[in-house]
Design a protein around this ligand. Structure first.
Ligand SMILES: Cc1cc2nc3c(=O)[nH]c(=O)nc-3n(C[C@H](O)[C@H](O)[C@H](O)COP(=O)(O)OP(=O)(O)OC[C@H]3O[C@@H](n4cnc5c(N)ncnc54)[C@H](O)[C@@H]3O)c2cc1C
Ligand code: SF4
Length: 304
């Protein structure tokens, strides 16, 4: 057993699970999070439910937090971050900082679990009009609505009749440098499509995708259920522009299965925004000299 504790930075799902696993093995853990509460994005982003059982995100995270709370092997430090580090495993000196000052600690190793931030859909993908049209919203906006027990058209407060999701917003996009697949947005969009159909059975729901990436259990437990039981329409297509026509949103693009242009009217458009490394992840990469490969510039060129 190492004599020095293990430092876990970030108390979202990853850091909580790492803390539980390490303490179960009998090692001491110092868990730091810059936020004042544990739980990461599912809590700070107000997620309504977690796949695949659509269990409350708050209950799921509370169970993970309870599993490490009151454990004498776990020292929780909230509203705290790491500002400096020296040495290497198994003997590092790390400087923690909180509102009351700095403290240097000896730790044996470090797990960085500082997570992600949601892609800002107004940043580069202006053609979707996120900051222009009230009825263009994101997956996270939908989570907040569902958590409040409702799904409405923001501009009118009424139940929508026709809604679509646009996949891969801010992911798999080489032009803006985010060439990665965020891996969760297909599953989350499908989950939300089911929840919308449950809440507003008269509403038709479409998902425009490049290709659906339903990892693991999501394929059986969400994708086929959405198609067969909830009649969600999955359409392979590319959306190039959203404009206003009357009270509706006009979604223009191409149906890539049929190879023809498409124009459809929607009451609400939901952007399936992906994930970008959080500021904390970028800072920790610098402090701990962690290789940073997720940029176009450091990716090996495809040119011969
Ligand atoms: C809309 C949406 C819905 C989702 N729904 C599901 C779902 O149903 N099922 C599912 O499995 N996944 C879902 N996901 C994915 C899930 O949210 C992530 O996989 C998960 O949150 C990743 O956990 P994490 O701990 O790695 O990161 P995060 O949740 O981002 O947590 C990182 C933690 O690190 C802390 N931190 C950041 N910087 C610092 C710093 N400098 N110092 C100290 N602490 C720091 C943060 O405060 C935060 O607590 C969803 C994602 C989105 C976008
Ligand atoms: S929408 Fe699907 S394919 Fe696109 S980035 Fe997200 S998970 Fe990957």
């Amino acid at each position: 057993m190492p004599e020095l504790p293990i430092l876990v930075i970030g108390g979202g799902p990853t850091g909580l699970e790492a803390t539980r696993g390490i303490s179960d093995l009998g090692y001491q853990v110092i868990l730091v999070d810059k936020a004042e509460v544990l739980g990461g994005n599912p809590i700070s982003g107000d997620y309504a439910s977690i796949t695949p059982q659509l269990r409350s995100a708050e209950d799921s995270m509370n169970d993970m937090i309870a599993a490490i709370t009151d454990n004498p092997l776990v020292d929780q430090r909230l509203a705290t971050t790491v500002v400096a580090a020296q040495g290497a495993a198994p003997a590092l000196k790390v400087t923690l900082k909180n509102g009351t000052g700095e403290e240097v600690l000896d730790v044996g190793s470090v797990i960085v679990a500082t997570g992600f931030q949601h892609f800002d859909p107004g940043k580069e993908t202006q053609m979707y009009g996120y900051y222009e049209f009230d009825d263009v919203i994101t997956l996270v906006d939908v989570e907040r609505m569902l958590k409040g027990g409702t799904f409405i058209r923001p501009s009118t407060g009424e139940k929508p009749k026709q809604v679509c999701f646009i996949q891969c917003v801010g992911s798999r996009d080489r032009q803006i440098g985010n060439y990665w697949c965020s891996k969760v947005c297909c599953g989350v969009a499908t989950k939300e499509a089911i929840e919308i159909r449950q809440m507003v059975p008269d509403c038709r729901v479409f998902v425009f995708y490049i290709d659906m990436r339903m990892y693991g259990f999501w394929e059986d437990e969400l994708y086929w259920k959405a198609q067969e039981d909830y009649k969600v329409n999955f359409i392979r297509g590319i959306v190039t522009e959203i404009t206003k026509r009357g009270d509706s949103l006009l979604v223009k693009g191409e149906d890539t299965t049929m190879g023809r242009p498409m124009e459809v009217l929607m009451d609400v458009v939901i952007l399936s925004i992906g994930m970008e490394p959080s500021e904390g992840s970028k800072e920790m990469a610098k402090i701990f000299d962690i290789p940073w490969s997720h940029t176009v510039s450091s990716r090996p060129s495809a040119e011969p």
